[in-house]
Design a protein around this ligand. Structure first.
Ligand SMILES: [Zn+2]
Length: 151
C-alpha cells in the first residue's frame, strides 16, 4: 500500500466508513450535531459547532487521538502491520523517520488484537448449537477450531 496523497477528506471518509473515526459528533456544550469543517493542521478538518464555535479534532474519541502522525500515515501503518510487514518496511512506506513510532503502533495493534482474541473465542464457543459461521443452525456444522456465532 502506498501512502495516500491528496485530499485528506478521502482518508477521513475511508476511516469513518470503517468506524475508525466518528461519522458525526455532538457539541458537548450545545448538544447539537457538529459540522465537519476545513481547518489548517495535520488532518485538514475538524468538528465545529455552529452555535458556540467550539472546534474539536476530527480524531477525538478514536484510538487515533493521541498520535501526531497524519491519518494517512496511520492508515498505512495499520494496513502494513496487518499484512505482517517488517517495521522497517512499515516506516519506509509510511514515510516515518522515527522507528520507535512504528514499534509503538505495532505494539498497540498487537495488544488490540490480543484483547479481541482473548474475548471472542469464549463467545464463539459458548453456544455451539446455535448458528455456525457458515450460516447453518445445526450443531454438526460447528466445526472444531472454527466455533459458532452467538446469535
Ligand atoms: Zn456548541
Amino acid at each position: 500500500m502506498e501512502l495516500p496523497q491528496g485530499d485528506p477528506l478521502t482518508v477521513i471518509q475511508w476511516l469513518a466508513k470503517r468506524r475508525l473515526l466518528a461519522n458525526s459528533r455532538e457539541c458537548e456544550v450545545c448538544h447539537i450535531p457538529m459540522s465537519r469543517v476545513k481547518k489548517n493542521g495535520v488532518d485538514g478538518f475538524a468538528w465545529r459547532c455552529r452555535i458556540c464555535d467550539t472546534r474539536v479534532t476530527i480524531r477525538r474519541g478514536s484510538f487515533l487521538h493521541d498520535s501526531h502522525l497524519k491519518l494517512s500515515q496511520m492508515l498505512v501503518i495499520l494496513h502494513e502491520w496487518s499484512m505482517d510487514q517488517s517495521q522497517e518496511d512499515i516506516a519506509r512506506v509510511a514515510r516515518i523517520n522515527q522507528t520507535q513510532k512504528v514499534v509503538d503502533w505495532s505494539n498497540f495493534c498487537r495488544a488490540v488484537c490480543r484483547r479481541f482474541n482473548d474475548a471472542v473465542p469464549q463467545k464463539l464457543w459458548r453456544l455451539t448449537s446455535r448458528t455456525s459461521l457458515n450460516g447453518s443452525t445445526t450443531g454438526e456444522q460447528c466445526a472444531p477450531g472454527v466455533g459458532c456465532l452467538v446469535e
